[in-house]
Design a binder for this molecule. Sequence first.
Ligand SMILES: [Zn+2]
Length: 265
Amino acid sequence: MKVYISADIEGVCGVTHFDEATLSKEESRWAREQMTAEVAAACEGALQAGAKEVWVKDAHDTGRNIMASKLPEGVRLVRGWSRHPMMMMQELDATFDAAVMIGYHSRASAAGNPLSHTMSGGIVHLLINGQPSSEFLINSYAAATQHVPVALVSGDQGLCDDVKQLNSHITTVAVKQGVGASTVNIHPATATTRIKDGVFSALRGDLRACQVPLPGHFTVEIKYRDHSQAYVGGFFPGARQVEPTTIAFDCDEYFEVLRLLLFVL
Ligand SMILES: [Zn+2]
């Protein structure tokens, strides 16, 4: 079994403010330690479930947050950004049996996390086939292009509710709940225990049921905070500016959606 782990930080236990999610800020140190601990717990759960290979993508900001020496030996870590359109799922291909998402967070404009956003802070919403989309949805479809199911997602409660709505078979671990600009958190050690046990059970369970079906056609709408971004985005091949702050795009292949997002977000 080969397992892929994509890790963000805004959905990590305790993380509440962007200063805690910014590498250059002193406050980010403990947050990066907890992100590392949650990813390490997911790796351990995967290895105990029988994974022979575990790959981790550090998928937050600079892509240089996870402390590699604290991951179990044998794990491969993808750091930084190649700028491949798979972005937060870089290096994922059809040889993987399952994907896991750690530290994921509520989408732009959702109340589930004080740090809610979708890929960029400049987005009011990103609709895929009319559905307000989180990074979880974007990356689940990316995994689906390689026929890789999503076994487990950890993050805030609001995101976990969205995950269950999309596919109730995907295991979720809620490590905190957003309340306005604050968060109510479980203990960090409880978070890592639940993630480790959750990954173990999910990988031993029915992975095929966790497959997210890929639509045959995609209509994408992106609403920006700043109209000037929509003006530029409207020049991406196939995209059009439909309102001062909004662009629209249609395609059949999901890779074309990922290519769009790479250039217009
Ligand atoms: Zn992030």
